[in-house]
Write a protein that binds this ligand. Sequence first.
Ligand SMILES: Cc1cc2nc3c(=O)[nH]c(=O)nc-3n(C[C@H](O)[C@H](O)[C@H](O)COP(=O)(O)OP(=O)(O)OC[C@H]3O[C@@H](n4cnc5c(N)ncnc54)[C@H](O)[C@@H]3O)c2cc1C
Length: 420
Amino acid sequence: MKADVTVIGAGIIGVQTAVQLAERGLKVVLVDPGPPGGQQAASFGNAAWLSSHSVTPPSSPGVWKQVPKWLRDPLGPLSVRPSYLPKALPWLLRYLAAGSTEGKLRQTAADLRTLLKDAPRLHEEVAARAGVPDLIDAKSGLMHVYRDRAAYEADGLGWRIRRDLGIDCEEIGAEDLAMRQPDLAKDYRFAVYVPEAGQCLDPAAYCAALMDYAGTFGARHVAARATGFRAEGGTLQAVTTTQGEIACPAAVIASGARSAALAKQAGDAVPLESERGYHVTVRGGSNLPGPTTSVMVGDRKVVITRLATGVRCAGQVEIASPDAEPDWRRAEIMRTHLGAAFPELDVSEAEVWMGLRPSMPDGKPVIAKARGIDGVVHCFGHGHVGLVSSARSGRLAAQLVTGEAPEIDLAPFAATRFGR
Ligand SMILES: Cc1cc2nc3c(=O)[nH]c(=O)nc-3n(C[C@H](O)[C@H](O)[C@H](O)COP(=O)(O)OP(=O)(O)OC[C@H]3O[C@@H](n4cnc5c(N)ncnc54)[C@H](O)[C@@H]3O)c2cc1C
């Protein structure tokens, strides 16, 4: 089989990249053992937020004090499986270091903002081209709810950083909140509304629709796992897969949490871990009790989103081997949080799911040309912001493949930023 470009991975990063390359007239083959937007991908079950304001990294100053608790409490919002600790330790130390000072947080936020800015509009545009405008609501705004103003102020640094980047954040008092979110538990008496943010209405359907759209330009999905690369004189000749070789002069590694082995073969050792997350989704229509605008519930550390298909509660960070069995007790915690935040919603029947966030320690992806093989491009490690950043990330990967000037400075997203 032959292609102009092989894209490895059919999550949202891979399909957005495929769209951009196919629209440029290139013959694209997308390899993934699972279908585009299938359950195997983090892109299937995320919280659907197009949160262009999600600019601060997951770790923050003083967070290291929580480490003993993470290890002791296997069901807390962030936990590390003790058996996995030796393997994860170098990543965890880098993760703690990345958020250790306000200066580092501000720098990461400024970097991520270049990637996330205008994201809802970019998604709106690509969804319109793909013929699925109804899957994106670029103007919904998003809301963070707190028990009271004091709880919001405890999160103050993140909000100050956002405001300093010019992000509009509207404070909402108890009365207004009760009117705007009539189904929300009355324990929540303060909120921040971010008007510039948006949401997807069905992340899995969005991935599948984008791949169908790329297909109209001739892109095709091959059900295979990429195993590596064949290069001659340092130049890519083919991607090797479980179904044979795909001869191609260019390839994009977009295989999410499983990208590190391929990146290493292409010359870059990267600290990539999987931050496992869970969701529960109550299926139903717009008459289900739930959020009017999707909410992040501050004290519970979950996002509750109204989708076209129902109401979803997503969250949790579990550092464990990507191959370890899911701990479904975590999904039960999600169910409890959902029922507590929206007491009128019947959560007894809910679908559960676990997925792997592909996470770099500083919360920023790797978007760069590979150093070891000419023709290979990295586009992975999008952590908590893979959906929102995907429209621009796909464009950037395509720009690196074709030799166009990247639309933003890619130095902050270098594969080598943690050392060679
Ligand atoms: C609970 C949860 C909530 C989230 N909420 C949000 C949110 O609201 N907003 C947001 O922006 N982000 C959110 N995220 C993060 C977001 O979902 C991810 O960052 C994003 O989906 C990553 O996309 P990806 O394409 O890189 O990886 P994935 O979607 O995981 O896709 C990678 C694909 O690569 C394939 N693959 C792996 N190895 C190979 C190989 N060797 N050969 C071929 N294929 C391979 C896999 O089968 C998979 O299909 C959330 C994540 C989770 C888990």
